[in-house]
Design a protein around this ligand. Structure first.
Ligand SMILES: [Zn+2]
Length: 232
């Protein structure tokens, strides 16, 4: 295998390793995003039942107040019959009107609460379905993420071993240059050249220079300083 063919493999592997490392790095953030979604679903599920509890409590309270208002109204109407003074009679009538208005408002409120409760209760099945779907999605994500991580770690190990084997095959003088360039720039220390053009900086080399490259002699791009290898 020529030195430049080895460089091509080293470049491919180094780029692949960089992508793998970046993807492995993204794992914890993706997990946090999924956890947040699960927490949102959990909160929505909980809020649904809390709303029902609250509505039931409001209904009970309003019904209690309605009962009090009704008995007060009965008492006021009863009192009305024994009043003989016109002024007192008018005042009592006004009290009765107020009690009636309160009774009517309470009845409306209770009806609205009952309707809202019915709506909420009817939505319970859908809420439960959403919650179980969210839990299922999260579990599947965790499982898939674990499998993906395992795959990437295996790939990383294999690629690193393969890279080391190729690098060991580089001629000593090239290896020294390669090592120092790669130490500074990682995979970007290398570039392919297609039709005399450096793919790192799009600069063209002479036909003679490209010919050398194709014969397996390495060269460094005069513009961007990348170690070059020929591409088909
Ligand atoms: Zn270049």
């Amino acid at each position: 295998m020529s030195a430049t063919a080895i460089l091509r493999e080293c470049h491919r592997l180094r780029m692949h390793i960089r992508e793998l490392l970046a993807e492995i790095d993204r794992g914890p953030r993706l997990l946090r995003e999924q956890q947040q979604e699960l927490e949102h679903a959990r909160a929505a599920h909980q809020a649904h039942y809390e709303a029902i509890t609250k509505l039931k409590l409001k209904q009970r309270e309003d019904e209690g107040t309605l009962k009090q208002t009704e008995s007060r109204l009965a008492k006021l109407e009863d009192q009305l019959t024994s009043i003989t003074v016109q002024k007192e009679y008018t005042a009592k009538l006004s009290e009765i009107e107020q009690a009636k208005a309160k009774k009517s408002a309470l009845e409306d409120a209770i009806l609205a609460t009952i309707m809202e409760l019915e709506e909420k209760t009817a939505a319970t099945a859908a809420v439960e379905k959403q919650w179980s779907q969210a839990q299922e999605d999260f579990q599947r994500f965790q499982l898939e993420a674990a499998e993906r991580l395992e795959r990437m770690k295996n790939d990383l190990e294999t690629s690193q071993a393969e890279l080391a084997r190729y690098e060991a095959e580089l001629p000593a003088d090239l290896k020294r240059i390669y090592d120092s360039l790669v130490k500074a720039k990682g995979p970007d220390a290398l570039a392919g050249a297609r039709n005399r053009i450096c793919q790192g900086c799009r600069t063209a080399m002479t036909e003679a220079e490209f010919g050398e490259l194709r014969r397996g002699e390495y060269r460094i791009c005069t513009r961007c300083g990348r170690l070059l290898y020929p591409l088909e």
